[in-house]
Design a protein around this ligand. Structure first.
Ligand SMILES: [Zn+2]
Length: 303
């Protein structure tokens, strides 16, 4: 009983302080990172999926429900990326603000340019985890910019008294991002058009932006593990076209990529698809710094 009173007493001042800030929860660390850039001191930001986890498959925990109970805003990637784990957590939070029709539920895909939108009917029964277009769109910095603008507008509508501060932070983010993009593009320019294999279809936005040509995937379909026949097809394609790099997200088994690399004389590169995937990529800017440095280093070893 004594302990309980202490906890309640200690928690009170914190709750009062936090009430003036918008409490933002990102379904992923990428979205949280952009919210931090734009929200600054006017928001508190936390996230659910960690950057080193496959965002399609996150194991739900009771602590996630606690986070959602206190949220004013929930940022989702959308396009069914989180369909396997987030909807029950939202329901169980019983927080009306962040239910799908609530004022604080923000699907960030609506601000972004989406690639690979299927033209025909697609069902998850076929195993495709990208039935509404590619959900890994945050890997083009221009989509980061669009999401930042969307958040600046949203935060301003929630806190009109701080609209100037949000606009200022967006302008500053835009300026820093524009400068960083020039550097990233210059580093990647010598390798424009280089062909690569990726494990999952995580990189179409990144590839389009930075001039990489993704010619096939270790997965036969998004979300479907490698098969011997498909692996053989990938190896034959790599040998035919002289493709050397296999880019793998940190949460996939390296067994098949390593076998392919050994068979074709290529190299596996573990590329980071999300902020927080490791200690070197803890901001939206550092994510691109990290990946582009890895890629440039790997590309430079092969013609
Ligand atoms: Zn995916």
């Amino acid at each position: 009983m004594k302990l309980l009173s202490f906890v309640l007493f200690a928690a009170l001042p914190l709750t009062t302080q936090a009430a003036s800030k918008i409490n933002v929860i990102g379904a992923t660390e990428d979205l949280a990172a952009i919210a931090r850039e734009i929200g600054g001191d006017n928001v508190t930001v936390d996230s659910i999926a960690k950057g080193y986890q496959d965002p399609h498959f996150v194991e739900p925990k009771p602590s996630f429900i606690l986070k959602l109970q206190k949220a004013d805003v929930l940022l989702t990637v959308g396009l069914q990326l989180e369909i396997g784990w987030l909807p029950p957590l939202i329901t169980q939070s019983r927080n009306p603000k962040i239910q799908v029709a609530g004022p604080g539920y923000i699907d960030m895909s609506r601000f972004s340019q989406i690639l690979e939108i299927p033209s025909g009917p697609v069902s998850r029964a076929q195993g495709d985890v990208h039935p509404m277009g590619n959900p890994h769109y945050w890997l083009d910095p221009d989509n980061g910019r669009r999401m930042a603008k969307g958040l600046a507008d949203k935060f301003s509508s929630m806190q009109p008294e701080n609209a100037a501060a949000f606009a200022q932070r967006y302008a500053d983010f835009d300026k820093r991002l524009t400068a960083a993009e020039k550097g990233w593009e210059a580093k990647m320019a010598p390798y424009k058009g280089r062909k690569v294999i990726t494990y999952h279809r995580s990189w179409p936005n990144f590839a389009e932006r930075f001039g990489m040509d993704v010619v096939d995937y270790v997965e036969p379909k998004p979300g479907i593990p490698p098969t011997p026949q498909h692996t053989l097809d990938v190896e034959n394609l790599m040998k035919r076209d002289g493709v050397k790099l296999i880019l793998v997200e940190p949460y996939f088994d390296l067994k098949t990529p390593n076998k392919i690399a050994a068979d074709v004389g290529g190299q596996v590169v573990v590329l980071m698809p999300s902020v927080g995937g490791n200690k070197e990529a803890t901001s939206y800017f550092q994510l691109f710094d990290y990946d582009i440095n890895l890629l440039v280093n790997a590309f430079s070893k092969f013609k």
